[in-house]
Structure formats: structure tokens, C-alpha cells
Design a protein around this ligand. Structure first.
Ligand code: THU
Length: 133
């Protein structure tokens, strides 16, 4: 199994752990790290106070940082049961932009497999940055 398939599988597994009693919309995300076999995953974790909800993508990024600190992330796979598959929300994209280059690949998948590849710059061309370029 190649790395992309393994990351997809990891995201699918994480999606099964999603805590989404309010929306019913389960999301799984997984990250590959450059030069490393270790993968990180996340699911959405909702809260009765809706604003307390954490998305799958941010769960995965935060998890990687908690274990390894800031490392070179290679790519991300996001799995939902939407057809076509859903992209990460703008808040998650902004968080990706904090830790990843604009050419960071983001793969969108349904439960059946990967459907689309984007780069971070495609989905968030102009991230917030208080330092002018
Ligand atoms: N959600 C994610 O996990 N990732 C996103 O990028 C967008 C939305 C979650 C949050 C909430 O639990 C559910 O999807 C419905 O919005």
C-alpha cells in the first residue's frame, strides 16, 4: 500500500471516531510527515456550545504538533461522505497556512477513496497575515 492509501485509510478510521451528535456530519483527516512513516489523524469533535466544536483537520494538525512540534507536513487527506467531497473550512485552511507552504497538497476523499487533489494555495489564495508581503 502506498503512503497516500495509508493516509486515506487513517483518515477513514479517524472519521469513525468523529463525535458529531449535533450535525451528524462526520469528518476524518490524516497527515503525512515528510521523511517519516508516522501519520497523524483527527476527527471533528462537536460541543453542545457549538462554537466549541473542533474540525477534523485542526485536530490532526494540533495532534502532530503535540507529539513532534512543528514539522514538515507532507500532505493531508480529508474524508467525508459528501459527494463531491467537502473541502476544509476557511478556519482550517488558515491554520494549515500557519504550518504549511502554499504548495501543500490537500486530497479530498469520499468513503470510497480519493477524488480530488488541491494545493493549499488553490483553496486559500490569500491567507491572513498581519505582516505585509
Ligand atoms: N467540519 C470539519 O471537521 N472540518 C471542516 O473543515 C469543516 C467542518 C466539521 C465541523 C462540524 O462538526 C461538522 O463538520 C459540520 O460543520
Amino acid at each position: 500500500m502506498d503512503k497516500l492509501d495509508m493516509v486515506f485509510k487513517k483518515a477513514l478510521e479517524a472519521r469513525n471516531n468523529a463525535y458529531a451528535p449535533y450535525s451528524g456530519f462526520k469528518v476524518g483527516a490524516a497527515l503525512a510527515v515528510k521523511g517519516m512513516d508516522r501519520l497523524f489523524s483527527g476527527c471533528n469533535v462537536e460541543n453542545a456550545s457549538y462554537g466549541g466544536t473542533i474540525c477534523a483537520e485542526r485536530t490532526a494538525i494540533v495532534s502532530s504538533i503535540a507529539v513532534l512540534g512543528k514539522v514538515d507536513l507532507e500532505f493531508c487527506v480529508v474524508v467525508t461522505d459528501s459527494v463531491p467531497p467537502s473541502p476544509p473550512c476557511a478556519l482550517c485552511l488558515q491554520v494549515f497556512s500557519e504550518f504549511c507552504d502554499p504548495d501543500f497538497p490537500i486530497y479530498l476523499a469520499t468513503l470510497k477513496g480519493i477524488e480530488k487533489k488541491f494545493f493549499l494555495r488553490d483553496l486559500l489564495p490569500v491567507p491572513f497575515n498581519k505582516i505585509p508581503d
